[in-house]
Design a protein around this ligand. Structure first.
Ligand code: AMP
Length: 548
């Protein structure tokens, strides 16, 4: 028997229409190169999105075309999100911080004919000119006064194009499984791979994300997504915010700048902000060094990499702000799990709550997860057993652009049983809290035992004089592999190898104690702010453990 309910398609444009009608006065505040504090409300935003669709059509863009963006978090990038997807084209966000050859590969692979580019990214594009034969039009996200000189053909000015259009446009309804967005993810091997989101996956992801126990998004909140809009849709904030009418504050190119973040948080009364641990360390250090605070900030969402305990403690003790850690991937849109207490945990001590905040959180409705051993047998949720993490759900990728989406086939991330193989190694507590212990390829296999590099790194960064730490496995004649701890010290501090080992002694089990500690000035990071272990493995290729 068929239901008798309307078959309304889940459309990204419906979020915009809802915001325009219900929250016309809610503000979207942005930092851009041409304006340090641009303000517009959702009514104006909706109108500009319609102008932009007419611009796209005047440039010859058609249904299904992948429209490339190389831009920071600001209102023009938001307009692209809604206008491109809402009209049936595909908003392809590209990370300008990738290696130039990767940027060129991604643009060519996705066959982007039109690119929308921030002023600051123009030099990168100029340098890639010879490699972008298929790009027909470059639109600079700027007004006429700030247009840069360019040797690229057909460079147009965003604001001029908008001025020349009418806002007469009706958002179409089409199949909710139509592609709406695209984001390439860089594995450590091979070329970047394109994850393709749909209207349905995006809307469901935003709905789940906005639930009270998930992000608690609300009209009462002001949100500052520091996580870039070129990386997994800024974790869905651009959609969830308009769904519930949250005021958005967008930091533009000033994402890692503690001073700008502090200024935005205090002057715009930001209540919630999201970013990778590196961003929070930069902000906390700035606040501490300058004796400043962020009284309005209630919640800092952290993800993308394991959150050091010190971030949880410093936010709580110095700023009365709760750290909420989540886990996800480009392939999972990204929301997979997020921290939240359960009923019955009201009496936990601060220490115990901190312990839970340092885990990766509980499953969100819509995402099923399991951990399996080397024989693909499911492991118990007992907080002890750890194995390969697999997930599935309506906002999880089933394939990559241009590669096979047949489960189990080469190039497909989904196994024969229909689960996405995340590449993460994890355990799950009886209460359902996920604990990522490693990436499959980073785990150290010592004498047949698995050692978590993240566990050692987390323990090390809890030392007040250690700024950052990374652990890689290196060859050992007896154990095959043993952990090598690589440490970056806080400015002006000095520690010896013995000091560090002594500090770790009662925090790690014997097998996990690193065999050696080396000190370097800076750790290499990937374009998305994660420690680049591949780079570290290259640097320490010839490293040998001291003979005891
Ligand atoms: P990406 O697709 O670039 O966003 O990277 C996804 C990967 O980042 C995951 O597979 C994890 O390895 C890692 N990751 C994301 N969130 C966390 C977290 N909270 N703790 C530890 N690792 C994380």
């Amino acid at each position: 028997m068929q239901a008798l309910m309307m078959n309304s398609q889940l459309m990204i444009s419906s979020i915009l229409k809802h915001a325009e009608r219900n929250f016309p006065d809610v503000e979207m505040v942005s930092v851009t190169v041409d304006n340090p504090r641009h303000r517009q409300n959702y009514k104006t935003f909706g109108k500009r999105c319609r102008l932009l669709v007419n611009v796209l059509e005047s440039l010859g863009a058609k249904l299904g075309d992948r429209i490339g963006t190389l831009a920071w978090n600001d209102y023009r990038h938001m307009e692209l999100y809604y206008a491109v997807s809402g009209s049936g084209m595909v908003c392809h966000t590209i990370n300008p911080r990738l290696f130039p050859e990767q940027v060129a590969y991604i643009i060519n692979h996705a066959e982007n004919k039109i690119l929308f580019v921030d002023i600051l990214v123009m030099p990168l594009l100029e340098a890639l000119k010879e490699h972008l034969a298929k790009v027909e039009t470059v639109v600079v996200l700027s007004d006429r006064a700030h247009m840069p000189d360019s040797s690229l053909p057909n460079v147009l000015c965003y604001e001029e194009l908008l001025e020349a259009q009418s806002d007469d446009y009706e958002w179409p309804e089409f199949d909710e499984n139509t592609a709406s967005g695209m984001c390439y993810t860089s594995g450590t091997t091979g070329n970047p791979k394109g994850v393709v989101y749909s209207h349905r996956s995006t809307v469901l992801h935003a709905l789940a994300g906005a639930l009270p126990d998930v992000t608690g998004a609300s009209n009462m909140q002001t949100s500052l997504p520091v996580v870039p809009m070129f990386h997994v849709n800024a974790w869905g904030a651009p959609y969830a915010a308009l769904m519930v009418g949250t005021k958005l504050v967008l930091p533009g190119p000033k994402m890692a700048d503690g001073e700008t973040l502090h200024d935005l948080i205090t002057s715009e009364e930001v209540t919630v902000s999201s970013g990778v641990p590196t961003i929070w360390l930069a902000l906390l250090d700035y606040l501490e060094a300058n004796q400043k605070s962020v009284p309005s900030l209630e919640r800092a969402n952290v993800g993308g990499a394991a959150c050091p305990r010190s971030i949880v403690e410093r936010f709580r003790e110095q700023h009365n702000c709760t750290v909420v850690q989540g886990w996800g991937m480009t392939e999972t849109s990204p929301l997979g799990t997020i921290f939240g207490l359960k009923k019955g945990m009201e009496d936990l001590t601060t220490e115990e709550v901190t312990d839970l905040q340092c885990l990766q959180g509980r499953g969100v409705f819509g995402i099923e997860m399991c951990i399996v051993d080397e024989n693909n047998e499911e492991l118990p949720w007992d907080g002890v057993a750890f194995g390969a993490l697999k997930v599935r759900g309506p906002w999880v990728a089933k394939g990559y652009y241009g590669l096979s989406d047949v489960p189990g086939a080469e190039g497909c991330p989904v196994d024969e049983k229909g689960w996405l193989q995340t590449g993460d190694v994890a355990s799950i507590t009886p209460d359902g809290y996920l604990q990522i212990t490693d990436r499959t390829k980073d785990v150290i296999k010592s004498g047949g035992e698995w050692i978590s590099s993240i566990e050692i790194e987390n323990a090390a960064v809890n030392h007040a004089d250690i700024a950052e730490a990374a652990v890689i496995g290196r060859y050992h004649p007896k154990w095959t592999e043993r952990p090598l701890l690589i440490v970056v010290l806080q400015a002006g501090k000095s520690l010896s190898r013995e000091d560090v080992l002594e500090f770790l002694n009662d925090k790690l089990h014997k097998m996990a104690m690193p065999d050696d500690v080396v000190f370097i000035g800076e750790l290499p990071h990937t374009a998305t702010g994660k420690i680049n272990k591949l780079g570290l493995r290259k640097t320490f290729e010839d490293y040998q453990f001291p003979v005891e």
